[in-house]
Design a protein around this ligand. Structure first.
Ligand code: NAG
Ligand code: NAG
Ligand code: NAG
Length: 450
């Protein structure tokens, strides 16, 4: 009997201890969870809402294990699940290389499964080729600007460059590159515009320029493109070329490899413009717009995730076989994350470095701008939409207005001849159009089903 009393007393005394112990443990776990979410946002499979109500399309990143890409990504995500793998999830400062090693491992793990291999074999030819090279993302540089320079620029820069223009091009597009060098892509100082249209001579920024290329197949189609490119690189110092096949699905590699290069070469550059070699950019407006962003009170903070362009939300993958954007549902299921159209987008240098690191946690996707959107949502960041980015050209007849080109930041698409003609016209109408401001309305809806 006495022993029984003793045991009951023990329970009475100890239950508060047990309770306290449980409480302590749960606080430990939840504070660790908070730490993890603060460092890099963990997007659980099936979750569709980020903290700052960044609207994530409902079915993005959902459990769609039957699609190839989704399955790969889910396996990778599991590596960062705070409950399954706290050692990965709680580490704040992981290197890009660490992420890439996990990525490789998850790729091998998944593609080792028999049903997955069968799934891969059934993909359309191009997609299969893409899928079989997905885990490789390091390719040698063939041509690059002189060591330690962030692209071609002015010789006597008195402050760090404001913007690096990083333009996707392909070997044969020499005429496009030349037109850009002579027009909106001229390296050097550009003054911002006052509200009354007059330039503020002392305020502005330095522009730098680099073209992003890969290799042409079949080998140079007889006209020695590699040799010409080498000469072009020596002459202008603005060619960055890697040793991979320059195809549409490989464009994503240009983002990944560019971020890597940028992180090493361009530590002080404030902004990056990344776009196609068939766009027209109003450089003065761009410099003015970016300067205004830097002068905003909270700029120091907002620059961490600053990206602006023609933003497309909740897009559905293109399921039309003939389209170059075609992505079968055996490859990817769900909506795309919010992303800025790849024809032309601007982001901060700080963000470029963060994208470089986080890109190691996202499997390559064959559509480059969608991949950038995926990396953005991994950073819990949202691109800003600006109606002066016309990646689908002007709405009906708007370009007939005399000052149309003074109201924009960018328009797609223009031939080299049109670029030169329009650039000329821009300077001729400078006085006449000096009071116009950037276009704000967005008359058209985004219609690209990508
Ligand atoms: C979460 O969202 C709230 C409200 O939108 C915001 O004030 C807060 O800064 C956000 N926290 C993080 C860590 O992003
Ligand atoms: C991408 O480039 C690699 C390396 O040259 C090549 O083997 C692969 O076929 C290319 N992928 C596509 C989808 O063209
Ligand atoms: C590059 O891509 C083209 C077209 O997809 C293909 O015919 C060629 O074999 C590829 N070359 C390499 C080296 O992968």
């Amino acid at each position: 009997m006495a022993r029984c009393h003793y045991r009951r007393a023990l329970i009475y005394v100890c239950s508060p201890c047990i309770f306290l112990l449980m409480l302590f443990l749960s606080i430990m776990v939840s504070s660790n969870m908070n730490k993890a979410t603060r460092s890099i946002h963990f997007v659980a499979s099936g979750s569709f809402k980020n903290n700052n109500s960044a609207s994530m399309p409902k079915s993005f990143w959902k459990l769609h294990e039957e699609a190839f890409w989704n399955q790969l990504q889910l396996t990778l995500d599991r590596q960062f699940n705070p409950i399954l793998n706290p050692q990965n999830a709680y580490m704040r400062f992981r290197s890009h290389a660490f992420y890439v090693s996990l990525l490789s491992r998850s790729f091998l793990e998944v593609t080792d499964l028999e049903p997955v291999r069968r799934k891969m074999e059934q993909l359309p030819l191009q997609m299969r080729d893409f899928a079989s090279h997905m885990k490789q993302r390091s390719y040698p540089v063939l041509i690059q600007p002189a060591d330690m320079t962030c692209g071609a620029g002015a010789v006597d820069e008195k402050e760090p460059p404001l913007i690096l223009l990083a333009i996707k091009s392909i070997g044969p597009n020499f005429e496009n590159r030349q037109a850009i060098r002579q027009t909106w892509g001229q390296a050097g100082w550009v003054a911002t515009r006052e509200m009354d249209g007059s330039p503020r001579q002392k305020v502005g920024g330095y522009i730098r320029r680099v073209f992003l290329l890969a290799k042409e197949y079949p080998k140079d189609s007889g006209c020695h493109i590699s040799e010409l490119l080498r000469e072009e690189g020596e002459r202008y110092g603005d060619i960055l070329q890697w040793d991979f096949n320059d195809t549409f699905f490989n464009l994503t590699l240009k983002d990944v490899l560019f971020w890597n290069w940028f992180s090493r070469q361009c530590s002080k550059t404030r902004f990056v413009f990344k776009g196609d070699d068939d766009v027209f950019v109003n450089t003065v407006n761009m410099i003015t717009y970016l300067h205004n962003q830097l002068e905003k009170p909270n700029a120091e903070h907002t620059m961490k995730e600053f990206m602006v362009g023609d933003v497309i939300s909740a897009a559905f993958p293109n399921r039309v076989h003939q389209s170059k954007y075609f992505v079968p549902d055996s490859f990817y299921k769900g909506l795309y994350p919010t992303y800025a159209g790849g024809g032309g987008v601007v982001y901060s240098g700080q963000l470029a470095k963060r994208l470089h690191i986080i890109s190691g946690r996202v499997h390559l996707f064959p559509i480059d701008d969608v991949f950038v959107g995926m990396c953005m949502s991994r950073l819990n960041a949202q691109p800003i939409h600006h109606p002066a980015f016309l990646t689908f050209d002007f709405p009906y007849k708007e370009d007939k207005a005399p000052c149309a080109y003074h109201k924009i930041l960018l328009v797609h698409k223009r031939s080299p001849k049109q670029l030169i003609r329009q650039w000329d016209k821009l300077s001729k109408t400078k006085n006449q159009c000096r009071h116009v401001s950037l276009r704000v309305s967005n008359k058209r809806e985004n219609t690209r089903i990508n």
